[in-house]
Write a protein that binds this ligand. Structure first.
Ligand code: CP
Length: 314
């Protein structure tokens, strides 16, 4: 693997899931791999899980780790040919070139603006790092994808599934703010390669980009979609058309005990952070079927599997 920005960078995603499970069994089996190697984590946006799990994953492999919060540094310019006489102080060409001299792997998190679909879906910040860094780039979540989250989700499903090919439902849920589509886009992309029967359910008006939905069946009735489900993966996202908006929804799409009772004793999953009693009821998230904590725990082994694979090639 030369970089990790989407499932398309991974030649065998199932093998990567198995690698993460092996690292979970023996997290300190490769502490020499990262000796004298440095991972730089660059955050344009906040994080709890991604930052801590990736730092620990790098340390478990013996790497040095440095983290840069971009808000504390120079404001970066991404457009080429700009006359930089306004707010931006440093061009990504120099910034990525400099960081590449200090790091063996560069990992980057940047959220979308949710104002201009074309701009966000061009994934400008991640692409600029991929273009101008001279070391492998890892996505810690971009404007349109969150592949480390999806890898951890697949690991969790692999651990908890009760039969070879479970039914997995990705369900929209309400949220007070307009949120990115990245987690849901990525989840679709990874689950389309997993041994699962995947169903997508959301209110009309919240259709995801067709390039991510692909052939995944869409059911607009949440309760119908939940029938026979063995995993309910919940996430809010804002509309793709009109981009970044929150069209009114008539029914209540919150994940409740009554809705979980319609499933085949399904597990509840969410990437966190989650708004309790808006996205999901206290009763569901605190039930024995809730996987939110093991799912977050698996972020460590997902990150470790990715960094290990990259370090084996640097
Ligand atoms: N799920 C996730 O990426 O969490 P953070 O935003 O806290 O990193």
């Amino acid at each position: 693997m030369k970089q990790f920005t989407s499932v398309h960078d991974v030649s065998d995603p199932f093998q990567l899931v198995q690698e993460a499970l092996a690292l979970k069994a023996q997290p300190h089996a490769h502490t020499d791999l990262g000796r004298n190697k440095t991972v730089i984590l660059v955050f344009f946006n906040p994080s709890l899980r991604t930052r801590l799990s990736t730092e620990l994953a790098a340390k478990n492999l013996g790497c040095n780790v440095m983290t840069l919060n971009v808000a504390d540094g120079w404001k970066l310019e991404f457009a080429d040919g700009t006359v930089m006489n306004a707010g931006t102080a440093e061009h990504i060409r120099e910034a990525a070139g400099v960081m590449s001299q200090y790091a063996d792997i560069l990992a980057v998190r940047s959220f979308p603006g949710l104002e201009d679909k074309e701009k966000d879906y061009a994934d400008q910040i991640m692409r600029a790092f991929m273009e101008h860094a001279t070391v492998p780039v890892v996505s810690l979540e971009s404007a349109i994808r969150h592949p480390l989250q999806s890898l951890a989700d697949w690991v969790t499903i692999e651990e908890y599934k009760r039969r070879k090919r479970p039914k997995v439902v990705l369900s929209w849920a309400p949220h007070p703010r307009a949120l990115p589509q990245a987690v849901s886009n990525s989840f679709l992309e990874w689950m389309q390669q997993a041994p699962v029967d995947l169903v997508l359910t959301h209110p009309k008006g919240y259709e995801l980009d067709p390039s991510f939905v692909g052939d995944t069946p869409v059911i607009y009735d949440q309760e119908e979609a939940f029938a026979d489900a063995e995993f309910i993966y919940t996430k809010n996202w804002s509309a793709v058309y009109p981009y970044g908006q929150k069209p009114e929804v008539e029914k209540d799409w919150q994940i409740t005990e009554a809705k979980m009772a319609l499933t085949n004793k399904a597990f509840f999953m969410h990437c966190l952070p989650v708004r309790r009693n808006v996205v999901v009821s206290d009763g569901v998230i605190e039930s024995p079927k809730s996987l939110v904590l093991p799912q977050a725990g698996n972020r460590l082994y997902a990150a470790q599997a990715v960094l290990k694979s990259l370090l084996e090639n640097v």
